[in-house]
Structure formats: C-alpha cells, structure tokens
Design a protein around this ligand. Structure first.
Ligand SMILES: Nc1ncnc2c1ncn2[C@@H]1O[C@H](COP(=O)(O)OP(=O)(O)OP(=O)(O)O)[C@@H](O)[C@H]1O
Ligand SMILES: [Mg+2]
Length: 310
C-alpha cells in the first residue's frame, strides 16, 4: 500500500444532543420506565487518565463491540489533536486490520513489512517498526494477521510482558495506544492487560449479560492486577448498540454496581456502522452526524480530561 495524503479528522459539535445523554453519578434503575433517561455515569471517584496512556479494549465475548469501540474512541481522540496508535491484537480474519486501511512505507522491502506477530517472536523487532500510518492524520495501526494465533498456541518466552516492555521503551510521541483484543482470555489478551493502564469493557446492551463470561473476564483482570500490573483499572464499560429498553436499563444497573469506579457509557445504536466497515472507514468519517460518534466523543473527553494534546 502506498502512503497518500492524510485526512484530518474533525470534532463533532455536541450542541443540542447534550440533552439526550446527561452526565450523572449513578445509573437510574428505580424511576418509572417512561421517565427514565439513559445517562453517562461518571462516579465521583473517577479520575481522568494522564498521557501517555495505554488502554485495552477487552471482552472475551465475540461481537461485544470491541473493535468498533477501539476505532471510534481512537478517532475521537485523534479529532482532539492526540496521536493515537491502535494495536490489532486479534488474530481473526475480520478484524481491525481489515476495517482500517494503513500504509507500508514505500521504501520498505516486502520482507521487512513486519506486524504484531513478529513482536512476540523476533527479538530484533521494535514497536516503531510495526506502527504504520493510516489515511487519518495522527492515527497509526499495528496490524495483525491470522498467524498471530501462533502466540496463543506456541506461547513464546516472555509473551505476558512483551507488549508492556515495548510500549514502555517506545519513544515515538504517541499519546494514547488502544489495544483491540480478540474474543478470548488467552496469552494475547493477558499480554494486552499487562501492558495497559486502563481496561474498557464493551458490552452489547441488547443481547443480555453473559454472567459466566463476565466472571471469567473479572478473574483474568484480577489475576493480572495481582501479579503483573497492580495499577490496572477498569476505566469504563461501554454499552454498545444501545437503545432504551428495560433490558438495557437492568444491564446498565448491574454493570454500574459491578464496576463502581468506572464510567458507564452508552454508545447508541447506528445502522451505519456495518456500512462504514464495508467502506473501510470509521463511522466518524463515514457518517459524522451519527449520534454514536457523539457518544464516543464524550467518552473520550471523560476518559482523558479535556482530551486535548499537551
Ligand atoms: N453502536 C452500535 N450500533 C450498531 N451496531 C453496532 C454498534 N457497535 C457495534 N455494532 C455492531 O456489532 C457487531 C460487533 O461489533 P465488533 O466487531 O466491534 O465486536 P467485537 O467485540 O470486536 O467482535 P469480535 O469479538 O469478533 O472481535 C458489528 O457488526 C458492529 O457493526
Ligand atoms: Mg473485534
């Protein structure tokens, strides 16, 4: 792929839409349904993160909205002037690397076009070498392919701490790194959690809460917090594909209780997300006026203070 003129990303105006998703300190589970209005929960204990920052987007359940959340959150941060890197840590064929286009430097020989898999297997590869420009100014991608699965099956030495090591060493002016995890809790996800300051958990609000899956995720996060990364925190739960319903209200209530220190952010449903994926574009550029774009905007500014570059 050839490098082309990068596109700058605009910040959407919040304006009158602010009335829909108010910022509240607790999820309303008691008022009459017709009076209930979904809000963004920001607990009084929540502190916006400092830069540079590494955020893992995790849920072992497939189709929870991880990739969508990773990309739209990244675009919201880029629109605020930050330099953002997305790491595609999912070996599935239909992952971020297919959705988001990226460019190999023209001068680089084919054999030197490395990707995330090489970081785990090849001691000589650096994170800078596998971070590629995308069509959007300020947005970078570390791509991956199905052979990333080898990390799960062969588990090379140092897998757990490989990403943490390379991110700590990287001195490339990236403000926020977002790791899009696959639907599993294997070595790749553990490696992402070890490397991160924050975890964001997307949950499909309409498909019911997978209680056992949620418990397994919590055990994995807990074990990483206990051993390899004591600073790791669950910063947010994103209710993806959100529409007002009794089920969504109950799920939001349960999640707000389960993660009392996390932001609970509804990301409203948009039929245009599928079209945006097909067009290989983020929703933010494909349908900039979609309300989901505003939701991720607000999430981005809550998670990182005013979200502007230092
Ligand atoms: N706000 C939304 N409105 C409508 N559809 C959505 C929304 N967010 C996500 N989706 C849809 O949900 C589906 C799953 O989303 P996504 O691929 O982001 O999940 P995932 O957790 O990354 O999946 P996997 O576990 O396979 O990696 C996609 O078809 C996507 O278009
Ligand atoms: Mg995904």
């Amino acid at each position: 792929m050839r490098e082309t003129q990068a596109q700058t990303v605009q910040v959407s105006a919040l304006s009158d839409d602010l009335a829909f998703l108010d910022i509240v300190t607790e999820w309303d589970v008691d008022s009459a349904y017709h009076e209930w209005k979904a809000g963004i929960v920001v607990p009084p204990t929540f502190l916006a993160g400092s830069l540079p920052r590494v955020i893992a987007i995790c849920n072992q359940k497939g189709g929870a909205g991880k990739t969508t959340t990773a990309l739209e959150l990244a675009m919201a941060l880029v629109a605020r002037g930050l330099r953002v890197r997305i790491i595609d840590a999912d070996p599935q064929e239909a992952s971020m690397t297919v959705w988001l286009r990226y460019f190999y430097p023209e001068a680089r020989a084919e054999a030197d076009r490395k990707n995330l898999m090489h970081l785990y297997f090849d001691q000589t590869v650096t994170l800078q070498q596998i971070t590629y420009a995308t069509p959007f100014e300020g947005l970078y991608l570390v791509p991956s392919f199905p052979d990333l699965e080898d990390v799960e099956t062969k588990h090379p030495a140092g897998t757990d701490t490989a990403l943490q090591y390379h991110l700590a060493k990287a001195d490339d002016g990236i403000d926020v790194t977002i790791i899009d995890c696959g639907p599993g809790l294997g070595p790749l996800t553990v490696s992402a959690l070890v490397a991160s300051h924050d975890v964001i958990i997307p949950v499909q609000a309409a498909s019911g809460l997978d209680v056992r899956g949620a418990a397994a995720l919590n055990r994995t996060i807990g074990s990483v917090q206990g051993r390899l990364n004591t600073e790791l925190r669950v910063a947010a739960v994103v209710l993806t594909d959100f529409e007002k319903s009794s089920l969504a209200r109950q799920i939001g209530g349960k999640l707000a209780k389960a993660y009392p220190n996390a932001v609970i952010l509804p990301a409203r449903t948009s039929v245009r997300i599928g079209e945006a994926q097909l067009a290989q574009q983020p929703l933010r550029t494909f349908a900039p006026s979609a309300t989901t774009v505003l939701d991720y905007d607000r999430g981005a500014s809550l998670l990182l203070g005013n979200g502007t570059a230092a």
